[in-house]
Design a protein around this ligand. Structure first.
Ligand code: XCC
Length: 710
C-alpha cells in the first residue's frame, strides 16, 4: 500500500463511521419496528380472510402426506415455505398471515436472503472493539487487533453462544430455587411441595439433614443451590460434586474442567473474551466444555429436580396437542416459555369452581390454560399427575407462535422465558390478545410485565387470569372473526427417569436386557428447536427420527422437537408399527411409542439422569453407553451450551444447521476429533438426514462392540 492508499482507506473509514452519511436506520419506516404504538396501520377490525386458504386434510391423511413428503423431499408446487412446514395447523395459519401482509417468521427468513453473510456464517467476523467490525479473509487474515481466524472463531463460539446459553440455564435454575424456598416459607403463595421424597433424596445427596420438616428442608436445599450458583469460580462446585458421575468428575478434575460457581464461571469466561485478553483458541473451547458442566449441574439437572419437587413427578398417559384444542367460546390462555411455575399455579386456580364460574360470568363456557413451546411440553408432561379441568393441552413449537395468535381466540398470552417472538405486540394488537410477561427478565415493547415474586404466586396468577377474562369480554363484544384449525394429535407423554423405571417394574434391568439382546440397538436423544431454514421446519427432525426408529434405536425427545414428534404421530403408540422389528416388539409389549417424550429442551437434564442411571446399572462411565445426542434443527445459545454438556459427558452430539465454526480448521478439528481423544465426547456436523442416521447407527454399533454386545 502506498501512503496515499493508506490515507484514503483511513479517511474512507472515518467517513463511514462519522454518522454524517445517511444511516440504514434513517431508511426504516415506523412500521419496521415492533412497538405497536408506531403502527397506525394495524386495524384490529381490519380484514383477515380465513376463507381464502387451503385447508389441511384430516390428521390421518396428514400423516400419510408427511411420510411421502419426507421420502420424495419435494412439494415444489407450493414452494418455500409451504414445502417445509409439516404441521397442518401452521400450514393453514401461515397462509392467513402471509395473505394479510403481516410480518412472520418464514417470510422474514426469506427476506434475510441473500443478505446473510459468509463471514458471520463461518464465525469470521468480530464486532468487539472500535477498530472493527473486522472480517477475516486471505487478503486480511487478522483482525485489526491482531486476532487470527482460530481465536476469532473460538472466541465467538464461547462468547456469543456458550456463555449466554449457560447463564440462561443457570438463571432458570436460580429462579426455580427461589420458588422452592418460597413454597417452603409461604404456604399462602399457592406453591406446593408435591414430591417431598424427591426433595429429601437430593437434599441428602447435598449433605443436608433430610430429617428436618419438609418446608424447612425446601428452604435449606434452595439456599444450598443458590449459594453454589453464586460461589466464586475458584471454589469447586458442590452441585457438581454431589450429582455428577464419579468417573466424569475424576476426568474433569484432571482436565481442569471442574467448574466453580456458575455465574462466576460465566463472568470469568466473558472476561477472557475481552479484546486483547485470551488469544488461545483451545482455551476457549475447553472453557466452553467447563461451562457445559456448570450448565448441567447448576442449570438443567437441578432445575428439573426442583420443578419436579414443586409440580410433581410425571405420569405416563395420553394427552392432546395442537391448535384444534382452542375453543372459541372459552377463555383461552397460553402459557409460553420454559419455567412452568407461575403457570402451574394458574392452572391450579383455573381448575377451581370459583374461576370457572368467573369465566362463565364473563360470558364464556369456561377458562382453559394451554402450554406452548417448551413450557407447554413441560406442563403436558406433568399434567397426567394432576388431570386438572383448567388445563387445555399443548399448542405447538416456537415457529407457530405468530400463527397461533392469528387465530384470534387467544385471550391471554403469558410468558416467562425464552422463545417469545419480538413481533408479538403487533399480533396482540391486531388479534386482541393480552400479552403479559411474568418475569422482568423479558419485556416486549408496549407490553405489561409482572414482577416475579414467588412468595405471591397465587396473587400474581389471579391477576393474570383477570386480564384473560377482560380480553375475552372485549373479543366477544367486538364480535371479531376467528378461525381455529381443527387439527389435534393424540400423544403419549410423561416419560422421565422415574416414570420409565416404574413402567419397567422398578428398575432399568428390562431396558438394559433389551439393549443387550439387540432388540434395541441404542438410544438417541433428539432435542432442541426447529428452524425456519429451507429443508427444516420440522422435516429434518422427522426424517432423522423415522430413520432411527427403523434402525431399532429408541428415541427420547425434548424441546420443540417434541412438538414435531407429536404432530407427525411418532409419540403415538401406533407408531410402533413404523419401528424396526426389535424395537417394534418392545414397544408393542409395553404399549409405548418408539419416541418417548421427555418434554422440553431443559428436560435434557432428565435425559442425562436417565443415562447416568443406565451407566451406573452397567457399571461403566457415561461415555461407554450406546447413546447419541442430536439437535437436528438447533436454533439458539442454550442448545450450544447443551452440546458442550454432552461433550463433557462423553457423548457424540450431532448438530444441524452448521454452527458458525467452519472458519477455523483448528476449531472444527478440536470439537469434532480432539475432545474425544481426551475421554470427552465430540461434535458431528451433518446436514443430510440419511448420512446423519448412518453416523448415529455407526456410533451406536461401535459403542455396542466396546461393551461386548453384538
Ligand atoms: Fe425455543 Fe424451548 Fe428451542 Fe423451542 S426448543 S425453540 S429454545 S422453545 Ni427449547
Amino acid at each position: 500500500m502506498t501512503d496515499n492508499d493508506i490515507k484514503n482507506s483511513f479517511e474512507g473509514s472515518a467517513k463511514r463511521m462519522s454518522g454524517e452519511n445517511q444511516t440504514i436506520k434513517a431508511t426504516l419506516t415506523p412500521e419496521d419496528y415492533n412497538d405497536p404504538a408506531l403502527h397506525k396501520d394495524i386495524n384490529p377490525k381490519g380484514p383477515i380472510d380465513y376463507n381464502a386458504i387451503e385447508k389441511s386434510p384430516a390428521m390421518e391423511d396428514v400423516h400419510k402426506w408427511q411420510r411421502e413428503h419426507i421420502k420424495t423431499d419435494d412439494q415444489s408446487k407450493d414452494g418455500y415455505p409451504m414445502n417445509v412446514i409439516i404441521d397442518p395447523a401452521m400450514r393453514e395459519m401461515y397462509q392467513v398471515v402471509h395473505n394479510a401482509g403481516m410480518t412472520n417468521v418464514f417470510d422474514r427468513f426469506s427476506q434475510q436472503q441473500p443478505t446473510q453473510c459468509k463471514f458471520c456464517i463461518e464465525g469470521l467476523s468480530c464486532q468487539l472493539c472500535a477498530n472493527g467490525p473486522c472480517r477475516i479473509s486471505p487478503k486480511s487474515p487478522r483482525g485489526t487487533c491482531g486476532v487470527d481466524a482460530h481465536t476469532m472463531v473460538a472466541r465467538n463460539f464461547m462468547y456469543r453462544h456458550v456463555t449466554i446459553g449457560t447463564s440462561a440455564n443457570i438463571f432458570h435454575c436460580h429462579q426455580a430455587a427461589r420458588t422452592l424456598k418460597a413454597a417452603g416459607e409461604h404456604p399462602e403463595s399457592g406453591l406446593k411441595i408435591r414430591d417431598g421424597e424427591k426433595l429429601k433424596k437430593y437434599a441428602e445427596m447435598a449433605g443436608l439433614d433430610s430429617g428436618m420438616p419438609v418446608d424447612k428442608l425446601a428452604g435449606a436445599f434452595a439456599d444450598w443451590v443458590i449459594a453454589d450458583i453464586h460461589a466464586p469460580f475458584h471454589a469447586p462446585s458442590k452441585c457438581v460434586e454431589a450429582f455428577a458421575p464419579q468417573m466424569r468428575k475424576d476426568l474433569w478434575r484432571k482436565l481442569d474442567l471442574f467448574p466453580g460457581g456458575g455465574y462466576s464461571e460465566v463472568a470469568y469466561a466473558q472476561t477472557q473474551c475481552m479484546t486483547n485478553f485470551n488469544a488461545d483458541p483451545v482455551e476457549f473451547l475447553l472453557r466452553s466444555v467447563r461451562l457445559g458442566v456448570a450448565n448441567e449441574y447448576q442449570g438443567l439437572f437441578l432445575l428439573n429436580i426442583i420443578q419436579e419437587i414443586l409440580i410433581g413427578t410425571q405420569t405416563i398417559c395420553m394427552k392432546k396437542q395442537n391448535m384444534g384444542l382452542l375453543k372459541d367460546n372459552m377463555v383461552n390462555v397460553i402459557a409460553n416459555g420454559h419455567m412452568p411455575l407461575l403457570s402451574h399455579v394458574a392452572i391450579d386456580l383455573a381448575s377451581t369452581d370459583e374461576w370457572q364460574q368467573k369465566a362463565k360470568d364473563a360470558g364464556a363456557a369456561g377458562i382453559q390454560i394451554l402450554g406452548h413451546v417448551c413450557e407447554g411440553q413441560q406442563l403436558m408432561n406433568y399434567s397426567g399427575s394432576h388431570d386438572q379441568m383448567g388445563y387445555g393441552g399443548q399448542e405447538g413449537e416456537w415457529l407457530s407462535e405468530e400463527y397461533l395468535l392469528s387465530t384470534g381466540v387467544i385471550d391471554l398470552f403469558m410468558f416467562d422465558y425464552n422463545c417469545t417472538i419480538p413481533t408479538l405486540p403487533l399480533y396482540a394488537k391486531k388479534f386482541g390478545t393480552k400479552l403479559l410477561s411474568t418475569h422482568p427478565v423479558i419485556k416486549l415493547q408496549g407490553t405489561e410485565t409482572l414482577d416475579f415474586i414467588p412468595e405471591k404466586m397465587s396473587e400474581q396468577a389471579g391477576k393474570a387470569l383477570d386480564k384473560a377474562l377482560e380480553a375475552f369480554k372485549i373479543r366477544k363484544a367486538e364480535n371479531r372473526a376467528t378461525y381455529i384449525p381443527p387439527h389435534v394429535s393424540e400423544c403419549m407423554v410423561g416419560f422421565s427417569t422415574e416414570s420409565i423405571k416404574d413402567a419397567l417394574g422398578g428398575s432399568f434391568k428390562p431396558l438394559i436386557d433389551q439393549i443387550a439382546n439387540g432388540n434395541i440397538r441404542g438410544i438417541a436423544t433428539i432435542v432442541g428447536c426447529t428452524t425456519a431454514r429451507f429443508g427444516q421446519g420440522g422435516s429434518n427432525i422427522f426424517k432423522i427420527t423415522k430413520g432411527l426408529i427403523e434402525n431399532n434405536i429408541l428415541v427420547l425427545s425434548g424441546g420443540c422437537t417434541s412438538s414435531v414428534m407429536e404432530y407427525t404421530g411418532l409419540t403415538n403408540p401406533k407408531a410402533a408399527d413404523e419401528a424396526g422389528e426389535g424395537l417394534k416388539a418392545v414397544c408393542k409389549q409395553l404399549g409405548i411409542p418408539p419416541v418417548l417424550n421427555f418434554g422440553a429442551c431443559v428436560d435434557i437434564g432428565k435425559m442425562t439422569l436417565t443415562a447416568k442411571e443406565l451407566a451406573d446399572a452397567l457399571g461403566v462411565d457415561t461415555n461407554k453407553l450406546p447413546l447419541v445426542i442430536g439437535a437436528p434443527e438447533y436454533l439458539e445459545q442454550k442448545a450450544v451450551a447443551d452440546a458442550c454438556t454432552a461433550v463433557a459427558l462423553g457423548w457424540l452430539v450431532h448438530i444441524a444447521p452448521v454452527p458458525s465454526i467452519t472458519g477455523s480448521d483448528l476449531v472444527v478439528k478440536t470439537l469434532t476429533e480432539t475432545t474425544e481423544t481426551l475421554g470427552l465426547g465430540k461434535v458431528v456436523v451433518e446436514l443430510d438426514a440419511v448420512k446423519t442416521i448412518q453416523i448415529y447407527v455407526d456410533h451406536i454399533e461401535k459403542k455396542r462392540k466396546e461393551l461386548g454386545l453384538n
